[in-house]
Write a protein that binds this ligand. Structure first.
Ligand code: C2O
Ligand code: CU
Ligand code: CU
Length: 541
């Protein structure tokens, strides 16, 4: 799809948002308006920001391994207005920056595209108006600027930002565009959780680098089916990452910013993982888990208490063994390096000094009102998100992403809370695909498969706008043994914006659609799937 197309879409939508009808909008008029800078997405004089940031996307070079520097794309930011604390960097990282906002703040961000291609940035997890949500229809050309304005409505939590460019999200993120948004609020502050050097942002990604240390985005056709998997784990953009810590509690703010890789986080000495928060902020009570599954775009707030450990010892955060997120034959096709579900280290904590002033883990963190049945508008008729899987097309409800292709079930009345059911929709995937696979020489692979179900894989499904609650997760497939390797690692309490749906699972969520009308995306956060069209819009009206 040409970017010109999006330019005019953007203009039309801006007109619609302003209360015009599309019939009034002739393309030339709209293009003229575009150059007049009067569209949504340009600074509005009535909006009085308390924090104003200029955010550049640009090519750069960073030292990831010894030898040649690696060419990346990166964000760089300048604080135009607001408290110094609003802009921080991830220590020694080309990723980032960290934007630190407090609930209720009004924020304006000027995104400057200094890349050689179109881009737009999305604030993942933030509940903002459509015009500031980074929908692909707002992508700007090289040299272009997009202005976002929003009030921070989210409760305390760690969100993040990344490009959301049509069919180029995966490559732009892969090249290095990802940053963090911390929202703080008074309730969180009153808990006295570890702050400053005791609060560690950890962005986990997998990458492949060639002999000259340049990023390789390989994998071909298999990459489209299963997603990209690199053979090297980077934390905060660095290889072999380690942190020196004291003998006291730390707060680890973990994001999986990988394109497709799913991790099973665990401590290498078998200690349980204590989780205090997820995507949408703190849990009501800390949860103690043997391990935690972390799919792309999911966040974890981990309470890591190193007190009582001996100086000079170390603790490794690893990904433990699991199966069942990819079809059995996939691993062979993807190659043997760092297989999905194998055990590997993610980073090392070195206990470097004794410190005794740590805070205690609060027994109760916050209160979360569970969404009740009576609040749900469509109790007996959930909105379907059918994951349609076929070898060369990953879709939703059998349809690929298309601009302004809103289906009846995708129209959501403003101010309602909707029950949504996410499931593997084998029926729509089956039609007409078998012949195509045979044509691609994949016939033998299908031998012995019991229908398309065997092609099933796990998908991290993300919904824009407000966070949701997970009501119920049901497992109904046959590979119970594979599921057992993950089962204890799901955290379904709290507020979420991304949920991993493994093969054979059906997940029921409840999501409020309040405050803003317009188009809000929902999609698979396996970025290769997203770019392939496993994405749709809800129209809140
Ligand atoms: Cu993190 Cu629509 O994306
Ligand atoms: Cu998002
Ligand atoms: Cu997917």
């Amino acid at each position: 799809m040409s970017q010109k197309f999006y330019l005019s879409r953007r203009a039309v939508l801006a007109r619609l948002a302003a209360g015009f009808t599309s019939s009034l909008a002739s393309p030339s008029l709209l293009l003229a308006q575009e150059t007049n800078k009067s569209l949504a997405g340009w600074a509005s004089p009535e909006f009085k920001p308390e924090v104003e940031i200029e955010l550049l996307c640009q090519p750069g070079e960073v030292q990831i391994l010894d030898g040649s520097p690696t060419r990346v794309w990166r964000y760089k930011a300048k604080l135009i207005k607001g408290p110094e604390s609003a802009l921080q960097s991830i220590p020694n990282s080309y990723l980032g920056p960290i934007m630190r906002f407090t609930k209720g703040q009004r924020v304006r961000i000027h995104l400057r595209n200094q890349l050689p291609e179109w881009t737009i940035t999305h604030w993942h997890g933030m509940h903002v108006p459509m015009e500031s949500d980074g929908h692909p229809m707002y992508a700007v050309e090289p040299g272009g600027v997009f202005v976002y304005e929003f009030e921070v409505r989210n409760r305390a939590g760690m969100n993040f930002f990344h490009p959301h460019t049509h069919e180029a999200t995966a490559t732009q993120v892969y090249r290095g565009l990802a940053g963090l948004i911390f929202v703080n609020d008074d309730e969180e502050k009153s808990l006295n959780l570890p702050v400053g050097e005791y609060e560690l942002p950890l962005v986990i990604q997998d990458r492949a680098l060639d002999a000259d240390n340049q990023l390789v985005y390989g994998g071909g056709m298999h990459k489209n089916m299963f997603g990209f998997y690199g053979n090297r784990i980077l934390v905060n953009g660095q290889a072999d990452y380690s942190a020196d810590v004291g003998t006291r509690p730390y707060r680890l703010r973990v994001l999986n910013a990988s394109n497709a890789r799913i991790y099973k986080l665990a401590w290498d000495d078998g200690s349980p993982i204590v989780v205090i928060g997820v995507d949408g902020g703190l849990l009501e009570y800390p949860e103690t888990k043997p391990y935690v599954m972390l799919a792309p775009a999911e966040r974890l707030d981990i309470w890591a208490d190193f007190s009582g450990r001996s100086i000079g010892s170390q603790l490794i955060l690893q990904s433990s063994e699991f199966t069942g997120v990819l079809p059995r034959m996939a691993q062979r096709m993807l190659g043997a390096e760092l297989p999905v579900g194998s055990e590997f280290p993610i980073m090392t904590f070195r206990i470097a000094r004794s410190e005794s002033d740590g805070p205690a883990l609060p027994r109760r963190l916050t209160s979360i009102k569970r969404i009740t049945e009576s609040q749900i508008a469509n109790r007996n008729d959930p909105v379907p998100i059918g994951i349609t899987e076929a070898p060369m097309s990953m879709l939703i409800n059998g349809r690929p992403y298309a601009d302004n292709d809103i289906q009846p079930r995708e129209r959501i009345p403003l101010g309602t809370t909707q029950l949504i059911e996410i499931f593997h929709d084998h029926a729509s995937g089956r039609s007409g695909r078998m012949g195509m696979m045979a044509g691609m020489g994949m016939g033998p692979m299908m031998g012995g498969m019991r229908g398309m179900g065997m092609f099933s894989m796990a998908h991290p499904i993300h919904l824009h706008g407000q966070q949701f609650q997970i009501i119920k997760r049901t497992f109904e497939a046959d590979d119970e043994a594979a599921y057992e390797t993950m089962r204890d690692g799901f955290i379904d309490a709290g507020w979420k914006d991304t949920v991993l749906v493994t093969p054979g699972e059906r997940v029921l969520i409840a999501k409020p659609f309040e405050d803003f009308k317009g188009r809000f995306m929902y999609h698979c956060h396996n970025l290769e799937h997203e770019d392939m069209g496993m994405m749709r819009d809800f129209l809140v009206e």
